[in-house]
Design a protein around this ligand. Structure first.
Ligand SMILES: Nc1ncnc2c1ncn2[C@@H]1O[C@H](COP(=O)(O)OP(=O)(O)OP(=O)(O)O)[C@@H](O)[C@H]1O
Ligand SMILES: [Mg+2]
Length: 170
């Protein structure tokens, strides 16, 4: 089920939050499939592109009320959202891709796990393939997001994200 990548102009931080909320709605809608297979979301983009902002908005939309901290130093922050396990990774400080496996991160992936990964390229060759890739970049005063699906589950999520973003823009 190939699906075209989607492009979103994010004029300000609230637009980034809208995309995060749309991702949350897609995760909720696909909860059954995610329960069976898990979901891996790769977040690409330079320092300050808005990766953490996007994850924070998604977690807020899923009902997380406590602090959502950047996993810059801890490498991973876990959350439990209803029946799903959320792992927010940031591999910027990984010194070697092999560290991913040594640290036992591989065991966090699998059924019922939603893994949102900043700087996945730092664990290249070790981190499982992403279902969905969100690439953020600075565009003028705002940001630009490109969302690509690499699996059928990713495509299902992307379709729901597009519907949700269109609904919110209307
Ligand atoms: N659409 C937007 N337009 C303008 N500013 C934005 C937008 N979205 C987020 N920001 C701002 O950009 C900054 C992004 O910081 P954030 O920590 O989310 O980046 P990051 O991609 O996670 O960086 P790092 O690689 O250092 O972890 C924040 O100050 C946030 O308020
Ligand atoms: Mg970050």
């Amino acid at each position: 089920m190939p699906i075209e990548p989607a492009e979103f102009a994010l004029a300000d931080e609230s637009a980034t939050a809208r995309l995060g909320t749309a991702l949350a709605r897609a995760i909720e809608a696909e909860a059954k499939a995610i329960g069976a297979h898990g979901l891996v979301v790769g977040l690409a983009g330079e320092l300050g592109a808005g990766k953490t902002s996007l994850v924070r908005a998604a977690l807020r939309a899923l009902g997380v009320t406590g602090p959502v901290r950047s996993p810059t130093f801890t490498l991973v922050e876990p959350y439990i959202v209803s029946s799903l396990n959320f792992y927010h990774f940031d591999f910027y400080r990984l010194t070697d891709p092999e560290e991913f496996s040594f640290a036992g991160f591989r065991e966090m992936f699998g059924p019922a796990a939603v893994c949102l990964i900043e700087w996945p390229e730092k664990a290249a060759g070790h981190v499982p393939q992403a279902d969905l890739r969100i690439a953020l970049r600075v565009a003028g005063e705002g940001r630009h997001a490109g969302v690509t699906a690499a699996t059928e589950l990713g495509a299902a999520c992307l379709q729901r994200i597009e519907t949700e973003m269109a609904r919110r823009a209307a």
